[in-house]
Design a protein around this ligand. Structure first.
Ligand SMILES: Nc1nc2c(c(=O)[nH]1)N[C@H]1C(S)=C(S)[C@@H](COP(=O)(O)O)O[C@H]1N2
Ligand SMILES: [Mo]
Length: 424
């Protein structure tokens, strides 16, 4: 056993203990770090680049990113003339760090495109089983007290391709990019309902959007009173039109479809409305052909975003294996990583703040010396939920449905350094 292995091995095939990310440094590991050691003469030769020699442009009204980062974008499917405005775009998970998705890169899912809503002409109506039906303008809502919460949003169609018979040659973005994280600010719907006065016996709230799809979803009143928001702001600025401007329902931890955008109507009743989006869509066909309806909380899940599908490791040495984890049931407590296809596991460092129904960033150092490897991650939440492997999901649910996949992702690293999606 080499010095390196005996001191720092956390699990098989090169995983290094996460303590080396906690201020103890990676310097003593004897593996090549990425930086270049400067000789005295090179330091002398350092010259001021052109941009340091003169002032640049002054302040601007609305910020733009560096032109050197404009390869970072959402990945949209091709438009379908039979489905105008329909479709999705995916967040570039493999090019982001941290846990907050910039608004311009938040994933999108629209059933009839983005409506051009003038807030002056928009109303939110609350009626049905309430003492006094109410209508709110955007201005009315801005007068209410608001709360801010950091949460993930995930489409239940995310990662569904992993239920397919053979692994697609995809990226973290193309396979898993229908999840994003943001700080959502808005009014607790419980406060608005208290004003309308919920009548005895009401148990469901039906929410409808003002888009061309009139998308609707029914949500149990217990969840609404627990933590649902009428969100008006995202990461500190008014919602983007793609995310539901001027207002959307935000249902923490539950399948993205329930967070109805461009929210215009909330009706209280005693039963779900059986909208199209909760009958023909977003139900799971089970092996016996029965339909499982209302799978609300998103499962405990993680994905390694780097190294990930279609990346290439270009040098031997030290890599940071990093990714995101989340659970619709609670808070991520632990993420384990394997580099040998699940034979051995090491705890990753949870480097970000951990909170309820929010993305958590994990990281672990890995020494790659040109060997074959299969990288996997496994999330565990504070309710004891453990992310299952793909075979367990298939055994339990079959693959007649492509919604609600939260099994593990395995990335194979070849001796040539190429990374690809595989099944183990
Ligand atoms: N009114 C309306 N709300 C909607 C949708 C829609 O098409 N119309 N799409 C839903 C789906 S399927 C998802 S996953 C989320 C996506 O939210 P985002 O586009 O802000 O990421 O919004 C949901 N709310
Ligand atoms: Mo969705």
């Amino acid at each position: 056993m080499t010095h390196r292995e005996s001191l720092h091995k956390a699990a098989g095939n090169g995983l290094i203990h996460r303590r080396h990310l906690l201020g103890l440094g990676l310097g003593g590991l004897g593996v090549a770090a990425a930086g270049q050691v400067l000789g005295a003469d090179q330091a002398m030769a350092f010259e001021l680049p052109a941009w340091s020699r003169r002032p640049g442009p002054g302040p601007s009204r609305y910020g733009q990113r560096s032109p050197h980062t404009d390869h970072i974008g959402r990945l949209a499917g091709d438009p379908n003339p039979l489905y105008p405005g329909g479709g999705a775009s995916r967040s570039p998970l493999h090019l982001l760090q941290g846990t907050i998705t910039p608004n311009s890169l938040h994933f999108e899912r629209h059933h009839a495109g983005v409506p051009a809503i003038d807030p002056a002409g928009h109303r939110l109506v609350i009626n049905g089983m309430v003492r006094q039906p109410l209508a709110f303008s955007y201005e009315d809502l801005l007068a209410y007290p608001m709360v801010s919460r950091i949460h993930f949003l995930e489409c239940s169609g995310n990662s569904g391709t992993l239920l397919g018979a053979s692994p697609v040659d995809g990226t973290a973005q193309s396979i898993h990019g229908l999840v994003s994280g943001a700080e959502w600010t808005g009014i607790r719907l419980a406060d608005l309902l208290a004003e309308a006065g919920v009548l005895e016996g009401a148990s469901w709230v039906s929410a409808v959007g003002a888009d061309g799809a009139s998308m609707g979803r029914s949500i149990p009143l217990t969840k609404i009173l627990d933590d649902v928001l009428v969100a008006l702001y995202q990461n500190g600025e008014p919602l983007r039109p793609e995310q539901g401007y001027p207002m959307r329902l935000f249902v923490p931890g539950w399948e993205g479809n329930t967070s109805v955008k461009w929210l215009t109507h909330l009706k209280l009743g005693t039963a779900p409305s059986q909208f199209r989006d909760e009958t023909s869509k977003y139900t799971d066909t089970l092996p016996d052909r029965s339909s499982l309806q209302f799978t609300f909380p998103m499962g405990c899940k993680s994905v390694i975003t780097s190294p990930s599908g279609q990346m290439a490791l270009v040098r031997r040495g030290l890599y940071q294996v990093t990714g995101i984890a989340w659970s619709g049931a609670g808070t991520i407590r632990r993420v384990e990583v394997s580099a040998d296809g699940g034979a051995s596991w090491a705890d990753a460092l949870l480097e970000s703040h951990q909170s309820e129904k929010a993305l958590t960033r994990f990281r672990i150092p890995w020494d790659w010396q040109g060997q074959d490897a299969i990288l996997l991650s496994r999330a565990i939440d504070d309710r004891g939920n453990v992310q299952p492997d793909r075979n367990t999901i298939l055994a339990e649910r079959g693959n007649l449905s492509t919604y609600h996949y939260h099994g593990m992702q395995s990335w194979a690293v070849g001796t040539d350094g190429n990374v690809r999606n595989v099944y183990v």
